[in-house]
Design a protein around this ligand. Structure first.
Ligand code: CA
Length: 221
């Protein structure tokens, strides 16, 4: 995980760099708005720790600029400005957390962990394989950039395959996942659903999407 520290007090920046570095984060420091802008243009960061009082501008303007340009990774504001208004303003502009100075390193590290964990779980709600994207939160599917309508059963089927791209899934395993039942599902029903899902996907993708492994199951190509 890469963290960018935007902080103009050299000693504090160094303290943070060491503290985060010891916990196996990769850390870069920027001492001004312009250095921070350059750093974000040149590399990807998973999280930014942002001071507000910077020599060449205000960290809040930097934050607003990043959010407008689509930067969506977590930003934690670390600032001596700690009035309620300051915090609200920071959060409204797109900060994910606000820690007033002076702060404890342990607390900062705990908040960084929370933010990164949250971000990771958000990311895992999007499943992607080749030109197929399944959004588990929005319950939507896109094929080659176009939305595709699926019934809830078809969606569940596709989700199962998207968690296991390239793997041959047996009929029994698929039926267990989709019907979650202890009774024997008529596996002909599975073939009916598979052929509908396959028809929709292959029409949208304009290529074979599934392989039938005779007597065994199916494979997402
Ligand atoms: Ca400062």
């Amino acid at each position: 995980m890469k963290v960018l520290i935007v902080e103009d007090q050299k000693r504090l920046a160094e303290f943070l760099r060491r503290g985060l570095g010891e916990r196996a984060y990769t850390v870069a420091c920027a001492g001004s708005c312009s250095e921070a802008r350059n750093a974000l243009c040149e590399a990807h960061y998973d999280l930014v720790v942002l001071d507000l009082g910077l020599p060449d501008g205000d960290g809040l303007d930097l934050l607003a600029e990043w959010r407008r340009s689509g930067f969506s990774e977590p930003v934690l504001i670390l600032s001596a400005r700690d009035s309620v208004q300051d915090r609200i303003r920071g959060l409204d502009l797109g900060a994910d957390d606000y820690l007033p100075k002076p702060f404890s390193l342990e607390e900062l590290l705990a908040r960084v962990r929370v933010l990164l964990r949250r971000q990771t779980s958000v990311k895992q709600t999007l499943l992607q394989h080749r030109d197929i994207t399944v959004d588990l939160l929005g319950r939507s599917v896109q094929v080659a950039g176009q939305p595709l309508e699926l019934t809830s059963r078809e969606f569940a089927l596709l989700e199962t395959f998207m968690h296991n791209p390239g793997r041959i899934l047996t009929r029994t395993l698929i039926c267990e996942k989709i019907w979650e039942s202890n009774y024997d599902v008529d596996t002909n029903l599975l073939d009916v659903y598979m052929s509908r899902l396959r028809g929709k996907l292959e029409a949208a993708a304009n290529r074979p999407v599934f392989k039938t492994v005779r007597g065994v199951g199916y494979q997402l190509l």
